[in-house]
Design a protein around this ligand. Structure first.
Ligand code: ANZ
Length: 810
């Protein structure tokens, strides 16, 4: 007998499957359609263990669905635009396209060695002009709908990457990609009006996402319900946004953000030098630094606002804890009930006026140490006194203020419009031209795609080569035919992943982004990927699909019916794997040593999939040995014989109860317990091979069902077993076995026997045993018999399935 040698079978089967087109999705094939998708990778040049972890379990699940009769679409592509290609170009003088496509070829080969059921005939890269052409088409449609617009304003600028960044790409004040401190600049930029969809994006009714993901998106959108209240100032009316209009009478000063437009006009001559210095210093800080805890800073402008009800004069301050990008960029400060205002008032000796008091409490002490932010009754507020403060009374108070023209109800969002343009080369060119006569004009749709020029010159400073490519730059105005210049910006690469799931439906369509006849495949039935995409990618794609729906392109409002996140495989040391830490595990090395099936098994076995955990180099030996045992189970002769006692019922119970569990675990994406159950079943099978049940129909059934259960997890060895057993076709086109419910339930049970209330022994009886049968079995047990023989029986009780009690006298 040959020993298990994955290297002798894996490549062979991968080639055979590819040749047979075994995994090519055919929409006309029978079976309910199911769309399973794993987030596509960036073509960095190498699939790492994290990619394997992210892909093998969803592959197993897609294979399982297929065996259950679903017609499963499981495609893969490459998210191919982005900075690394361009940085490689700047650093090593290579062409970004050449670099990207060579990486893709290499990674496809790596993917193939994983043994997945990916349908490669649908593969595309988002840097293909045939793909990004539709980004441009969408951009023009969004523009026509008023959703793409250009605006002057403060933006985050990364001086190293020489490009603007979306707020989402600034982490702790630094460029998410290169870590350089981000600057603020005023630039005219393209935006996408995602804020139009803020409310709808808060509704997750049609998309099943993990609680944590929903929460992160909800916080990112940051909906706040409140009111705008207007104050008079020497520079005209100033409106503030507040979520607590019930505390209006407690407002004792006003604060403007340093960048607020009225700062200069409100600053008196005496205060000017101080205010200007403060504003300049604040400009050098990031929003995050400004909002960090720590001592509040600020300066008085010298001017006063008039309280709209009391007419009191409230000093107007400038402080950087108020952000120009939120609400109206100014606040009414209520130090008694807001922590930041309280700290500020204490620091600068400003008035604190209590207006909310818990029932039965004493008035707030003059030397109170902190603001009171809880519930209570309104006090010191004239006509509003006695109302309960907080949510309950806000609507009523706003209505009364509205009548007098002081306030109006207002809902504010933290979400900003999506800053869409980048000053980089390796992305989708924005399809606009600028004519001295006719301004910004979209490129006519029949001229799409606007292709990226080849052979551009990269400069070490990082400026976009598009700006320097005069041949590419100069074009004609679609309105007058006169000379015009192209937009040199490219799109944020998040556009590419915003709608790619639709492209897989008809990846070669050159008349539309996707074939509308295929819309029924959407939404994606199960989308899997990392939690790092909880906000940006998911929010953008949810937005994009809602716009597509409003354009009449799709009937769906959500791209993903269900999303699940895998955890992360860490280094042996529990740290994130990275070259600098030297703790990287290379899946290619592992495949060379153990074969893909073992690596697949180990990655599913190593941890609950959604949690992940540290890599254990010893751990892989378990799965390797298991697959050898599996192999021997089928192919080793000579070790069979009646040396063990496994009955037919026991064997069938083991097989069918495992089958039942594996099905339930696939459903809930619990892969490690599937592997564990199959390992346990292997033990029973190895025993059964040496028992009289060997060679019976039950034995054949066991080998058949076990072989099919292996197929989704370890496709190569399962295929070899299938074939070597002389069965025609592929195990991967077989159906998933049906559970024999009767066999999956044990028909005997083991229960305790009490004599006069004391447990004396245990008996194994049929589940269907009658009281008489149960009693007979109990009395036949020697441990029980000792206590009942020769004694009078007072009572016999059998609680079916639970306990037997024999009460005796004497
Ligand atoms: C008066 C007040 C009294 C407030 C009170 C709070 C508590 P969220 O919930 O996050 O939306 N605010 C408004 N605009 C601001 C800005 N540009 N920068 C910093 N803070 C700003 O927060 C809304 C509250 O944050 C608003 O309600 C305002 O302070 C402050 F007992 O107004 B409040």
């Amino acid at each position: 007998m040959e020993r298990y040698n994955p290297h002798a079978i894996e490549q062979k089967w991968q080639d055979a499957w590819a040749q047979a087109g075994l995994y090519t999705f055919d929409e006309n094939a029978p079976g309910e359609k199911f769309y399973a998708l794993t987030m596509f990778p960036y073509p960095s040049g190498n699939l790492h263990i994290g990619h394997w972890y992210a892909n093998v379990a969803p592959d197993a699940r897609a294979r399982w669905l297929r065996m259950r009769g679903y017609n499963v679409l499981f495609p893969m592509g490459f998210d191919a635009f982005g900075l690394p290609a361009e940085n490689a170009a700047i650093k090593n003088g290579v062409d970004p396209a050449g670099w990207t496509y060579a990486n893709i070829e290499y990674m496809v080969g790596q993917f193939q060695r994983m043994g997945t059921m990916i349908d490669w005939s649908r593969r595309f890269a988002t840097s293909d002009p045939e793909y990004y052409r539709w980004n441009q088409w969408f951009f023009i449609q969004f523009y026509k709908r008023g959703l793409a617009y250009k605006k002057d304003g403060p933006v985050n600028w990364c001086p190293k990457d020489q490009t603007v960044l979306a707020n989402e790409q600034v982490v702790n004040g630094r460029c998410e990609r290169c870590g350089t401190a981000v600057e603020r600049r005023n630039l005219s930029q393209w935006y996408m009006k995602i804020t139009d969809y803020a409310d709808e994006l808060l509704d997750f009714a049609d998309t099943d996402m993990p609680e944590k993901v929903r929460l992160m998106q909800t916080n990112w959108i940051g909906k706040s319900v409140g009111a705008e209240v207007t104050f008079d100032t020497p520079a005209g009316e100033e409106t503030v946004f507040t979520t607590r209009p019930d505390t209006l009478m407690g407002a004792t000063f006003m604060v403007l953000a340093p960048e607020h437009a009225k700062v200069a006009a409100l600053t008196t001559g005496e205060q000017r030098a101080e205010v200007e210095a403060y504003v300049a210093a604040a400009g050098r800080k990031t929003d995050v630094e400004r909002q960090q805890e720590g001592e509040k800073t600020g300066v008085f402008t010298g001017s006063y606002a008039t309280h709209p009800i009391t007419g009191h004069q409230l000093p107007i301050w400038v402080a950087d804890y108020v952000l120009v990008t939120y609400g109206t960029g100014s606040i009414m400060a209520v130090p008694a009930h807001d922590e930041r205002d309280f700290a500020f008032a204490r620091r600068f000796g400003l008035d604190i006026r209590e207006v909310i008091r818990p029932d039965g409490a004493e008035p707030m002490a003059a030397d109170a140490a902190e603001a009171y932010t809880g519930e209570g009754r309104i006090v010191n507020s004239g006509e509003f006194d006695g109302l309960s403060g907080g949510k309950a009374s806000i609507a009523g108070i706003v209505a009364r203020l509205e009548e007098r023209g002081i306030a109006r109800a207002k809902t504010t969002y933290r979400l900003r419009d999506w800053l869409f343009a980048r000053q980089r080369y390796w992305g989708t060119p924005i399809p606009f031209v600028y004519c001295p006569e006719h301004g910004a004009q979209p490129v006519p749709e029949d001229q799409l795609p606007v292709r990226l020029p080849d052979n551009v010159a990269f400069t070490p400073g990082g400026q976009s080569p598009l700006k320097l490519d005069t041949a590419w730059l100069s074009t004609t105005c679609p309105v007058c035919g006169g000379p015009a210049e192209r937009d040199t910006d490219t799109m944020d690469t998040f556009v590419d992943s915003s709608w790619y799931m639709y492209r897989f439906l008809s990846p070669h369509d050159d008349t539309a982004p996707f074939d509308p006849a295929k819309d029924g495949m959407m939404p994606v039935g199960l989308y899997t990927g990392g939690i790092e995409h909880a906000i940006l990618h998911l929010l953008y794609s949810r937005f994009w699909i809602k716009v597509m729906r409003d354009m009449g392109l799709t009937a769906h409002s959500e791209p993903f019916a269900r999303l699940r996140n895998q955890g992360m495989i860490l280094g042996e040391d529990g740290e994130k794997m990275s070259k600098s830490r030297g703790n990287v595990v290379d899946p290619d090395d592992l495949v060379r040593e153990y074969g893909a099936d073992t690596v697949r098994t180990y990655l599913m076995f190593i941890a609950p999939w959604e949690l992940g955990g540290p890599w254990d180099p010893q751990g892989i030996n378990g799965p390797a040995k298991w697959l050898s045992r599996v192999w021997n189970l089928y192919f080793e002769t000579g070790s069979s014989g009646p040396a063990e006692t496994v009955t037919e019922a026991e064997l069938r119970y083991a097989v069918h109860s495992t089958l039942k569990k594996v099905g339930a675990d696939f459903e809930r994406l619990s892969f490690n317990t599937i592997v564990a159950a199959l390992m346990e079943l292997t033990n029973t099978l190895v025993k059964a091979k040496r028992a009289p049940v060997f060679g019976t129909p039950a034995w054949d059934e066991a080998l058949d069902i076990f072989g099919r259960m292996l197929a989704p997890l370890v496709p190569h060895i399962a295929e070899e077993i299938w074939t070597q057993r002389g069965q025609p076709g592929s195990v991967h086109t077989q159906s998933w076995p049906a559970v024999d419910e009767a066999a999956a339930t044990r028909d005997t049970i083991t229960i305790g026997v009490q004599v006069s209330g004391k447990v004396r022994g245990q008996v194994t009886i049929s589940r269907a045993a009658t009281q008489d049968e149960a009693m007979a079995a109990a009395r036949a047990n020697p441990d029980v018999a000792r206590f009942v023989e020769g004694k009078d029986t007072v009572k016999e009780v059998y609680v079916p399935g639970r306990i037997i009690n024999i009460v005796v006298k004497g």
